[in-house]
Design a protein around this ligand. Structure first.
Ligand SMILES: [Cu+2]
Length: 279
């Protein structure tokens, strides 16, 4: 019995050290998806919070399991007692249920508030017309993502609806992605920005996000969409300074000027015309 008590003390000490050291590590370690946007930062924070809460529980289970293996590796020769039961242990049950309720409800409230703050008014929009050019950074810059088998293209209604095959967006500017598809269901996954949104034909899926870091990033389709789904990516998506963005978009407009008259007018969805396909 004495041996059991000292093992229990050892268990608590080991668990406490494991929990504290692990939680310090989790509080300091970089968490996915990073800090490249406001959405990504808030997702990283949620993941860190969940990890910090989950680690002490996990390490307690681990420590208890190891201790149990030590204690029970040989049955006591003279002990015919049945083990203590959880059933009827009112104190333990009350503690267990209360702790679970507190953790789950706090996380539910936190998650709901975080979600509401991240995406005010997000979702499928029925607006059909192009928005006017944003006057300043406080107004979102609309960028359309058009998914199709098996690549993404992008249109910028504020710049004459010019269409590009790589995404370039300015840092520090609120971006309003309008995501749609020309054929089957795809998913626009800009991991570094913390954005993953379905691209559905004839639907306009809206996500707003503010990039916080410049760099070159990868965008991947994350919805199985046919034979070459695995290679449906934009490996050269860029977040650049506002001045770099302005000169890039001016170049795109100049390059596309001769062919703009063949491009469909900007719209939030596109219905492919079956008559334009060969029989
Ligand atoms: Cu796809």
């Amino acid at each position: 019995m004495r041996n059991r008590r000292s093992l229990l003390t050892l268990l608590i000490v080991v668990w406490f050290v494991l929990a504290v050291v692990g939680d310090i590590g989790l509080a300091l370690a970089p968490m996915p998806p990073g800090q490249a946007s406001d959405l990504a930062s808030s997702e990283s924070l949620v993941i860190r919070l969940l990890a910090v809460i989950a680690w002490p529980v996990f390490s307690a289970v681990l420590a208890a399991l190891v201790m149990t293996l030590f204690i029970n590796r040989v049955a006591p020769p003279d002990d015919n007692r049945s083990p203590a039961e959880l059933r009827g242990n009112q104190r333990l049950q009350t503690m267990w249920i209360s702790a679970t309720i507190v953790v789950v409800l706090s996380l539910a409230v936190y998650g709901t508030v975080a979600l509401a703050n991240d995406q005010p008014g997000a979702g499928i929009s029925t607006v059909a017309a192009a928005e006017p050019m944003p006057a300043n950074v406080s107004q979102p810059l609309e960028v359309q993502v058009i998914a199709q088998q098996w690549y993404f293209t992008y249109r910028y209604p504020a710049f004459g609806g010019v269409e590009t095959d790589h995404l370039v967006i300015p840092v520090g500017q609120k971006i309003e992605f309008h995501i749609t598809s020309l054929d089957v269901v795809h998913s626009f996954w800009f991991y570094a920005l913390g954005v993953k949104a379905d691209a559905v034909p004839l639907n306009d899926n809206v996500v707003t996000v503010t990039p916080q870091q410049t760099g070159t990033f990868r965008i991947q389709c994350s919805e199985l969409c046919g034979l070459w789904h695995g290679s449906m990516s934009d490996d050269d998506a860029q977040i650049v300074s506002t001045s770099d963005f302005q000169s890039w978009i001016a170049q795109q407009q100049a390059a596309d000027a001769p062919i703009m008259k063949f491009l469909q007018p900007y719209s939030h969805t596109y219905a492919p015309n079956p008559l334009t396909y060969p029989a």
